[in-house]
Ligand binder design. Structure first.
Ligand code: HEM
Length: 256
């Protein structure tokens, strides 16, 4: 082994380790704030008087949202870095088609599908709507008229946020499971037809849930099919049930 080989191995393995570590640091920042919003802030705000709530939106929620959305960006970037540094054969996993046909590849791809959806919910739904809520709170505090659209904007952000809380459980299951759980239970390279069935079912479940969160299915009002978004406890139940459903699907399609 030459010195150049040693340097390449150290930088690749070191890079893979450092990006994995950073990924977990920024990932917990993002998901920790997501859980703070869902389990602490929303129930607390519901009990607060309007003036106190406007002040908290202005001073507290706006800061939490800054860390939240940029931690989401850092999580996606460091996740891509892990893929680039990791080795599959002689090619980086990101560019190795075979990797995505293996059970670890399918597992991480499922986690990434959920995580990217969560990322888009943050930047395209939660943040634009929360901006309206923050602008309204600041305007009212300054003595201005309340924005009649602020409540509807808050509702849209809430639905996407509860969807992200639900997705976070199976997302982390597959993120962590890729290296620590799959073990010897699953075929290393499942057949193409089994992969196709897996992806069709997984994507239909994901699509129905996300379209519900966006109000395309079932509207944005509480109750009916939106019952899983009605309380944070309902969202937690839905998340745990979704873990079982996705795991059973993985098990049925890919077990040895
Ligand atoms: C699009 C976004 C994401 C991408 C591309 C991504 C990518 C990855 C990759 C490639 C791995 C390594 C899998 C393996 O063990 O081979 C991983 C692991 C992991 N990811 Fe993500 N990820 C994303 C989002 C997230 C989020 C939102 C979290 C939230 C905390 C997260 C937490 C983790 C954790 C805890 C691990 C396990 C580390 C380990 O087992 O050593 N990821 N991710």
């Amino acid at each position: 082994m030459t010195l150049a080989d040693v340097i390449i191995i150290i930088s690749r393995d070191g890079g893979a380790f450092l990006s994995r570590w950073l990924h977990v640091v920024v990932g917990i920042t993002w998901i920790g704030l997501l859980y703070y919003f869902n389990f602490v802030q929303v129930p607390a705000f519901a009990e607060m008087e309007a003036a106190a709530r406007n002040n908290a939106v202005d001073k507290l929620a706006s800061r939490a949202l800054w860390w939240f959305r940029w931690a989401a960006v850092a999580t996606v970037l460091t996740g891509l870095m892990i893929l680039l540094f990791q080795k599959a054969g002689t090619k980086a996993q990101l560019f190795s088609g075979d990797y995505w046909k293996s059970t670890p590849g399918i597992s991480i791809a499922t986690g990434i599908l959920l995580a990217l959806t969560m990322f888009l919910n943050v930047w395209l739904v939660i943040w634009p709507n929360q901006r309206k809520v923050i602008a309204n709170a600041r305007n009212v505090q300054a003595g201005g008229e309340a924005d009649p659209d602020a409540a509807a904007a808050g509702r849209k952000a809430l639905l996407a946020s509860r969807m992200n809380a639900i997705f976070s459980l199976p997302m982390l299951f597959f993120m962590v499971g890729t290296s620590h759980f799959l073990g010897g239970f699953f075929k290393p390279f499942p057949e193409g037809s089994d992969r196709a069935v897996y992806w069709i079912i997984a994507i239909v479940i994901w699509g129905v849930l996300e379209l519900s969160a966006l109000g395309v299915i079932g509207g944005t009002k509480p109750g009916g099919t939106n019952v899983i978004f009605d309380t944070h406890k309902a969202a937690l139940w839905a998340g745990f049930i979704l873990v079982v459903v996705y795991y059973l699907l993985f098990w049925v399609m890919f077990k040895i």
